[in-house]
Design a protein around this ligand. Structure first.
Ligand SMILES: [Zn+2]
Ligand SMILES: [Zn+2]
Length: 258
């Protein structure tokens, strides 16, 4: 299994996961908040074309995750998977004529031999989910856009080889920054986005000898800095696990799981 972020942050998200047998890999794009040309360019930088994708999985209806979904799906006749709530909130007509797999946030589905496991998260959208993807060898999870974590989330995220986890803001930078008060309380609230401290706390509950790669994702460009993110995990026993930070402009290069 390998994965690469095309872009991560409030201006657009797209994460590519490639898994399954080496001879016949299955490629899932988790979220698409980028325009078609950006997706094409960023896939090309990673040696792929949109026609190499097999599915777009949409975690929730916020524009930074779904703005480019319908165009990409139509251009390549790709199926789209999302919860019923996300579909309704996106507007089912936006996906009219496309194949839509409606998933339950409490049941995994098999997609071309991969297991896709949606997990409910506290976020201010209709029916938002995180997603764990497994093949025969590895299990990774995409966990962005949540304001807090639940016991259910912690239990679903045990036994991962890799995690792509939101470290949205530094609480002090958010507090002292220029956002209007209402936006500050939305972002910092339990249905907003994870602060560095909360993300590090959650990560601390997920550490295991098996966890080999951690990516900090969805950083706020105004209210965070990679140095603050790194400082927030400095006290965690990460062991051999590699810790990286994804960016809005470049996402991150391929990470291949051993
Ligand atoms: Zn987002
Ligand atoms: Zn969101």
């Amino acid at each position: 299994m390998r994965y690469s972020s095309l872009s991560s942050g409030s201006e657009g998200n797209a994460l590519l996961v490639e898994a399954g047998p080496a001879g016949a890999p299955v490629r899932i794009l988790v979220d698409c908040g980028l325009g078609l040309r950006d997706v094409q360019e960023r896939l090309a930088q990673r040696g792929l074309a949109p026609s190499d994708l097999h599915l777009i999985f949409v975690t929730h209806e916020h524009a930074d995750h779904c703005a480019g979904v319908a165009k990409l799906a139509r251009a390549c006749e790709l199926p789209v998977a999302c919860t019923h709530g996300t579909l309704v909130a996106m507007g089912a007509e936006a996906l009219a004529g496309l194949t839509v797999l409606t998933v339950s946030p409490h049941r995994s589905i098999d997609f071309m031999g991969l297991s896709l496991e949606p997990i409910p998260v506290p976020h201010d959208a209709r029916e938002p989910v995180a997603l764990a993807v497994s093949d025969q060898k590895h299990r990774m999870a995409v966990v962005t856009d949540l304001g807090s974590y639940t016991p259910h989330l912690i239990s679903c995220l045990q036994g991962l080889d890799a995690i792509f986890l939101e470290f949205n803001h530094d609480a002090q930078m958010l507090e002292e920054g220029s956002y209007p008060p209402k936006l500050k309380s939305r972002v910092g609230g339990p249905h907003g986005h994870l602060s560095n401290v909360t993300a590090a706390e959650l990560l601390g509950r997920l550490l295991s000898a098996r966890l080999q790669h951690i990516t900090a994702a969805h950083l706020s460009q105004q209210n965070n800095h990679p140095d603050r993110v790194r400082a927030s995990v400095a006290g965690l026993p990460l062991g051999q696990a590699c810790f990286e930070v994804a960016s809005q402009d470049h996402g991150m290069p391929w990470v291949s799981l051993a």
